[in-house]
Design a protein around this ligand. Sequence first.
Ligand code: CDP
Ligand code: ZN
Length: 166
Amino acid sequence: MDNIRIGIGYDIHRFMEFTLFEKGSKSLYLGGVLIEDHVGVSAHSDGDVVLHSLTDAILGALALPDIGALYPDNLKTTEGIKSADILKHAYGLVKAEGFRLINADIVVITQTPKISAYKDRMRESIAGILRVDKSHINIKGKTKEGLDAVGKQKGIECHCVCLLSS
Ligand code: CDP
Ligand code: ZN
């Protein structure tokens, strides 16, 4: 039987408040897709919660160092880095161990934007970054029904599970 591994990833970012000292992205990126006319998030990178949670899921499946260990958020050299590049690097480590992605299932929890409107583009974008079939990547959106900080539109969070096989 193939060697299979399951992984889980989670991420959350605050929506930008545009205070003088806040570092972050003016635009919102999800799954590598630019979300039009939406406030961005506070982050060291472009703050893509979808790609960050997916990155941690694939790394976690092989017990590799997590995203924060690979890309510490206090390094000047990686400020503003594209999350697609982080994910590509992580998947390179996965492939170097002889594994490939079977599938990933992703839940974005946020009041806005409506994820269903971007779902196809996000799946295509991720499939392109990893060079896997789009049918193996799934994304769905959910609100927090107005509850908690995410429900009060203070931020956006994302969960991901994935399966790898050698
Ligand atoms: O209906 P229920 O209260 O379980 O869930 P909801 O959070 O109100 O979301 C209903 C549906 O809207 C979801 O199943 C998604 O199809 C869609 N949705 C979305 O596309 N993007 C979001 N940010 C939230 C919800
Ligand atoms: Zn993140």
